[in-house]
Design a binder for this molecule. Structure first.
Ligand code: MTE
Length: 315
């Protein structure tokens, strides 16, 4: 059952989803009237495009009462190694990144492989607002009002076969636009992976916007993953390929330093990074540090995914 967090139930949210519901019903009624009147099959129902900009952020905190990080900080303190290893430089260097036209290929072990234009995804999947804490492996964190849709909705569309066990994601490879990809330090393009049941969890979303605006390049425009119970590096930006696979994928960070970055990367205050503690974090915009919560505070929703696993060995 899909659990709706209380923070998501803003009056505007309810209004928007009701409005969409009404539009959907209206379109359906009109098309069946058309079918009855002229007796033809297959009258096209025009789907309404739902844009991240339809959702204006009205909440000021998340469900734990933590304040939203300012738009300024969310869009000017970024990790995006394809542009720069300096968090303060990314926004400036990414500003002309070309995010349109953009296609996303979804394939591998599926019955119905698809290539979507980014606009098709906006038409197909209703945008929702999700306020999530993002906990970076470097022990800082933010609270971000994302817009997007559950990854599970997209995966259901392509029908994973029984052989599919993992989902692999890939960022655009374009060393001219993404100069960091000219560096031989990493195995480009940036890649990440989730186990299929993790990917199907309702908390995992594909994001298209934040703060009621379309995503900016520095945040991974036009489409990025957000997996709030895992360290931020799992939330891969500017995705062009999603593939269902049988074997556990190797991410860019696992290839670079396997003893430091595991496949699971669940936020875990009890397991330190080899070079620093993960027990506490610095919330951007606040003084001091705060304790890090297991699974970044989403334990109730996701702990069952790992119930038989040793989380020290599977870091
Ligand atoms: N995706 C790509 N392609 N390249 C990156 O360098 N950095 C990751 C993740 N996704 C990264 C990426 C890390 S380490 C973090 S913490 C988050 O993006 C940061 O997202 P933000 O800049 O939107 O806060």
């Amino acid at each position: 059952m899909i659990k709706i967090r209380s923070s998501e139930i803003t009056p505007e949210h309810i209004y928007l989803s009701r409005r969409r519901f009404m539009v959907g019903i209206g379109a359906l009624a009109a098309s069946s009237a058309l079918l009855a009147a002229c007796g033809t099959q297959g009258a096209a129902v025009k789907e309404e495009e739902s844009k991240p900009t339809d959702l204006k952020t009205t909440a000021t905190t998340d469900e734990l009462g933590d304040k939203l990080t300012s738009f300024e900080a969310v869009t000017n303190y970024n990790n995006y190694y394809e542009f720069s290893t300096s968090k303060e430089m990314v926004a400036k260097l990414a500003k002309d990144f070309k995010t349109s036209p953009w296609t996303i290929e979804v394939g591998g072990l599926v019955n119905k492989p698809q290539t979507y234009g980014f606009e098709d995804l906006l038409k197909k999947f209703t945008q929702q607002e999700r306020i999530y804490r993002l906990r970076c492996v470097e022990a800082w964190s933010m609270v971000i009002p994302w817009q997007g849709f559950p990854l599970a909705e997209l995966l259901k569309e392509v029908e994973p076969t029984s052989k599919a066990k993992y989902v692999r994601f890939e960022t655009l490879f374009d060393p001219e636009q993404l100069p960091g990809q000219q560096s031989a330090w990493y195995t480009w393009p940036y890649a990440e992976g989730l186990r299929l049941d993790e990917a199907m969890n309702d908390l995992a979303i594909l994001s298209t916007g934040l703060y009621g605006k379309e995503l900016l390049p520095q945040n991974g425009a036009p489409l990025r993953l957000v997996v709030p119970w895992k360290y931020g590096f799992k939330s891969i930006k500017s995705i062009v390929k999603i593939e269902l696979v049988e074997e556990q994928p190797t991410s860019l960070w696992m290839a670079a330093a396997p003893n430091e970055y595991g496949f699971y990367a669940n936020v875990n205050p009890a397991v330190d990074h080899p070079r620093w503690s993960q027990a506490s974090e610095r919330r951007i915009g606040e003084f001091g540090r705060r304790p890090t919560l297991p699974f970044n505070g989403y334990e109730e929703e996701v702990a069952q995914l790992y119930k038989d696993m040793d989380l020290r060995a599977n870091y």
